[in-house]
Design a protein around this ligand. Sequence first.
Ligand SMILES: *[C@@H]1O[C@H](CO)[C@@H](O)[C@H](O)[C@H]1NC(C)=O
Ligand SMILES: *[C@@H]1O[C@H](CO)[C@@H](O)[C@H](O)[C@H]1NC(C)=O
Ligand SMILES: *[C@@H]1O[C@H](CO)[C@@H](O)[C@H](O)[C@H]1NC(C)=O
Ligand SMILES: *[C@@H]1O[C@H](CO)[C@@H](O)[C@H](O)[C@H]1NC(C)=O
Length: 441
Amino acid sequence: MENLDYYNAAINERPNIYKRVIHVLTFNTRRLLKRRFFIALVFFLIIFQFLTMFQTYSVIITNIKYKTRNYLYNHGWLPCSLRKEPILYMIDTQKLMAVWETNCILDNVRIQWYEKSIDNEINRSDILEPIEIDNSHYVYKGIIGPITSNGYYEFEIIHSLYTKIISSYFQFFPSIPDDPNSTYPIQIIAFADNQFGLSVFNRLVQSASQKTSPNFIIHAGDGVQEYNNLQQWQTDFYDPLANYKLTKHAPIIYAHGNHDFDPKNLYNYTTDTSWYSLTIANTRWIVLDSNIDDINQDLWLSNELSSPETQNKDFKIVIVHIPPFMEFWDPIAWNEKKEKHWGEFVRTRFAPLFNKYGVDLVISGHQHNYQRGQSNGTVYTIIGGAGGELDFDRVEDWSIYNVVRKTHHYISIEIWSDKIIWKAYNLEGFIIDSFELRKGS
Ligand SMILES: *[C@@H]1O[C@H](CO)[C@@H](O)[C@H](O)[C@H]1NC(C)=O
Ligand SMILES: *[C@@H]1O[C@H](CO)[C@@H](O)[C@H](O)[C@H]1NC(C)=O
Ligand SMILES: *[C@@H]1O[C@H](CO)[C@@H](O)[C@H](O)[C@H]1NC(C)=O
Ligand SMILES: *[C@@H]1O[C@H](CO)[C@@H](O)[C@H](O)[C@H]1NC(C)=O
């Protein structure tokens, strides 16, 4: 009995012991957690501070690196070499134009290319003559193609007999693939309006290149702030793209903006085609020039949109620098300086054609923020956030946009056989908008 009483007492006692233990435990844990939390917070803040400092410093150091290098090249203090690594510009479905620059004249420069799996068949350009801008800028342009079948292509820039200057490879899709599962998704990074915002553009290119290794790049215009400024083409455009290797394997589809428009149509550093179209697998891309108010462009566009080449494709996408429907701009410039009339024909004459021929997606820049909306079955996007100062002031309301993000950003586009997946990222790499475009919707 005694034992049992003791036992019962012990049982009765247990909860109290537990309570105490639990109490002590939670009390200590709480205090401990509080302290840990505090230490973690301080630690996190220090790390965060360090990282932001580091990022800022690394961007500053990178900018200084570009500018120093440019200075040394301009003053003839560097040996004969590539001051601009090649950028590949898409010019049509089967051809690319490689553009690069040296600080010297080289003998017998050519570009050659071959399908990687058939390495005995090398096609080579004629000898290329440089465009001499001054005694430290010699621009070379070489056409690769026509390439008629899908695959991986290696290209090499050579001089004298076979001295290789640089080589790289890219994947090309001039026709609809036999095996959709091994081809799709085709990855694309898109941006516009980096212009004078070099620090932002550096971070953007770095972030985009870490996220994916794209097959193509879309640039919807204003790659530099001043078209005639040689330094900007070097440090604000070619250098960041080469430094983070974004364009090494990814040809650019470029649409000229108002800041990189050449009325003489020389275009030393970009493609010299104003409006053009091309096919990538199942998608037709139509690039327009919002600088040129010319009825010939309208005629070309109607013809192009109604053609079987366009109508047979799963997706029809237009790239044009000035958006048909703009809503944000500097109000004084918009109204008093009449900048609302810039490229107005894109809205009044081109947009009705987009409706008529069922364009799926329109991609524009010009306005420095992000917008997305839909009207009459066409999705309109504005992606002018690659570095230029942001636009915060509303100047119009077209009632077609339902997403507005006033932040710097870039876009990732995945082309699939039956859908397009679109994601907009801010500079920290977070998604700020996304949508899916289904075939035939
Ligand atoms: C090389 O040129 C030949 C003849 O023009 C052409 O048939 C072939 O497809 C080309 N190959 C490549 C890889 O461009
Ligand atoms: C592609 O993949 C899907 C799903 O895995 C499969 O059903 C389809 O048959 C594949 N298509 C081809 C052409 O291999
Ligand atoms: C382009 O090259 C020509 C030389 O052919 C030169 O006169 C012109 O200034 C250059 N333009 C730019 C913007 O570099
Ligand atoms: C959509 O279609 C209607 C009717 O045809 C037209 O009035 C309107 O302007 C179109 N909207 C856009 C954004 O093109």
